[in-house]
Design a protein. Structure first.
Length: 129
């Protein structure tokens, strides 16, 4: 099956050996996004709420570059360095998603790249109708 690399300048450039997203058929695998500001490649300087919002904006940009939107996300993985921030994820996620919500996992981790407080990756299925 053909694999298509998805790239956009509206999300942070990759900082390793991976793609922002990879499209295989109607399925798009979005790589993990941390709260990097695309224009500067620096962490969003705001609080945890601002970092979570930046991650959703980055995922939204990659989803759009693949021809979809966050409404097409079927699975979302959330990684937090402090699970006490999970209520913030729920609060902000409600601003980006409506029912039916994607399946989701939340994992507490010891550390994330560049000292980020949050990272998320997703799987999106594009509507073929």
């Amino acid at each position: 099956m053909k694999k298509e690399i998805i790239r956009t300048d509206d999300a942070p450039k990759v900082i390793g050996t991976y793609s922002q997203a990879l499209k295989v058929g109607a399925t798009v695998y979005l790589s993990g996004q941390i709260p990097l500001v695309p224009a500067t490649m620096e962490l969003d300087g705001g609080d945890t709420r601002a970092q979570i919002r930046r991650v959703f904006e980055n995922l939204k940009a990659v989803a759009a570059a693949a021809g979809g939107s966050l409404a097409d996300v079927v699975k979302l993985n959330v990684y937090l360095t402090d699970l006490a921030h999970f209520p913030l994820v729920n609060e902000i996620m409600a601003q980006y998603f409506t029912e039916p919500y994607p399946a989701r996992a939340a994992v507490g981790v010891a550390a994330l790249p560049r000292g980020a407080a949050v990272e998320m990756d997703a799987i999106m299925v594009l509507n073929k109708e």
